[in-house]
Design a protein around this ligand. Structure first.
Ligand code: ATP
Length: 444
């Protein structure tokens, strides 16, 4: 067990299965238990999304972390669980806390809530006295981390940790603690359903969601008007009723009160890295690896075409090579933008790398230069007679019917492009948790 008397960081990951559960719900249960036993929560609980391209994630590759200790400083209301108001403290003191008991509480909660019977659930938790370096988080949100790396780090930090089954959960649990909001952060207020309702169809009213969307300007990804999709509501059978994402935690409390829905059992606000683009790295094409998420600049070298399933594919190149880019069918209207690109356009593509065939799965695109597109408008005019000449057949030029003058000159006119310089993004219904919405981009 760890020694000393500092504030303790707790990280938890990989507790749910496709059949149900949710790591953020485990956070609620943990916070309830901790506050019942007089531990204080320091700062907001954190929901940290990690590499969105790893094949073994259940859904959104989210892990949770929180700080506990003896609170001081401002007390902030962050939720309500079993009719008890939950607070966090702005700061915490290093007053002695019972760490043995803390470890036992986390184990008790994981034993109770983790879906360990599912073969793909490999829960893990960590208790750390010091926050690991930000680089550990950066690597876990952008690359693949080996279990041995994480274990080596945890052993050298004298952490108390436990990995269940193949132990993979400790990777995300550690990275979640390593995240800091120094570059960017957002919040998500998550409301949970009554237990009797789990697995059944959710009721969250669309018109109240749209009203909230229009009134709460700092929230994002609420409703997809083009596809009539309420993005607050998950589609999995998990305990979440709805989640409202936004930049201002106080506005989220107001936003919640505007949503008409079935009964909310409990709710909690998380600080998160959602909507920050933290997963993206600027790369040249030759540097791209499977499971990366990248920003790559290149010139369109193959016209967009549609393949079976409605996915739209085109290719770009830079001085190091070429790569396919895809706007998949679920990105709906975004594909219509992609279809307007032509060879020679210069673009920055943002997205995750599919392994086989190596493809950039587009999240957004920055159109930087539009190639001139020309079209033939009319046959040339005879320089002798002043009349329009006749075509001699495809590619064979023109001839004046009256005087026989020949010409190969085409009359071309610049065609108006139906796409503009600037950013385009996948619609709300297809947006990834980590993708920064254009609404949040100050300098797109
Ligand atoms: P939940 O939100 O309930 O945790 P999920 O969709 O987020 O579900 P998990 O079930 O947590 O996915 O599965 C992801 C697993 O991958 C976890 O065990 C986590 O520790 C691990 N993991 C996360 N990021 C990486 C990474 N970059 N490299 C290797 N393993 C990772």
């Amino acid at each position: 067990m760890i020694s000393g008397s500092e504030i303790i960081w707790i990280g938890v990951d990989d507790t749910d299965s496709v059949e149900g559960g949710c790591t953020t719900y485990v956070a609620c249960a943990l916070i309830k238990k901790l506050t019942d036993e007089n531990y204080d929560i320091i700062g907001y609980p954190r929901l940290v999304r990690l590499n969105p391209n790893i094949p073994w994630k259940t859904r959104g590759n989210g892990a949770i972390s929180l700080q506990v200790g003896k609170g001081n400083g401002k007390k902030i209301a962050i939720g309500e669980i079993e009719n008890k108001e939950i607070f966090c403290h702005q700061d915490g003191s290093s007053e002695d806390i019972n760490k043995d008991r803390l470890g036992a509480i986390v184990e008790e909660i994981i034993d109770k809530y983790a879906k360990l019977e599912d073969e793909n659930t490999n829960s893990g938790f960590v208790l750390l006295e010091e926050q690991p370096s930000f680089e550990i988080y950066e690597k876990t949100v952008r690359e693949i981390v080996l279990l041995e790396e994480t274990e080596k780090f945890l052993k050298s930090s004298k952490a108390f940790y436990r990995g269940y089954k193949n132990k993979r959960g400790i990777i995300g649990a550690t990275a979640s603690v390593a995240w800091s909001s120094k570059n960017d952060k957002t919040f998500e207020l998550i409301s949970y359903r009554e237990k009797v309702k789990w697995g059944s169809k959710r009721f969250v009213d669309d018109s109240s969601t749209k009203k909230m969307d229009k009134n709460c300007s700092l929230t994002f990804d609420n409703y997809d008007y083009g596809n009539k999709h309420n993005r607050l509501v998950p589609s999995s059978p998990c305990p979440v009723l709805f989640g409202i994402r936004g930049d201002d935690e106080k506005e989220l409390i107001n936003a919640r009160s505007m949503i008409k829905s079935e009964k909310v059992d409990c709710w909690l606000i998380f600080e998160t890295n959602q909507g920050t683009d933290d997963h993206l790295q600027r790369k040249r094409i030759a540097e791209i690896h499977p499971y990366d998420s990248v920003i790559v600049e290149g010139t369109v070298c193959k016209l967009p075409y549609t393949i079976e399933g409605g996915h739209v594919i085109f290719s770009i190149k830079d001085s190091t090579g070429g790569v396919d880019c895809a706007a998949y069918e679920p990105t709906k209207q975004f594909r219509d933008v992609i279809r307007k690109l032509i060879v020679g356009d210069r673009v920055g593509v943002y997205g995750g790398i599919r392994r086989k065939p190596l493809t950039v799965n587009l999240e957004k695109i920055n159109v930087k230069h539009l190639e001139k597109q020309v079209e033939k408008t009319e046959n040339p005019v005879c320089p002798v007679c002043g009349k329009h000449m006749r075509s001699k057949g495809t590619g064979q030029g023109y001839k004046c019917k009256k005087c026989g003058t020949k010409s190969k000159k085409l009359v071309l006119k610049e065609k108006k492009r139906e796409i503009h310089i600037g950013f385009y993004e996948a619609p709300v219904c297809a947006r990834r948790h980590l993708s920064k919405p254009l609404k949040r981009m100050s300098e797109p």
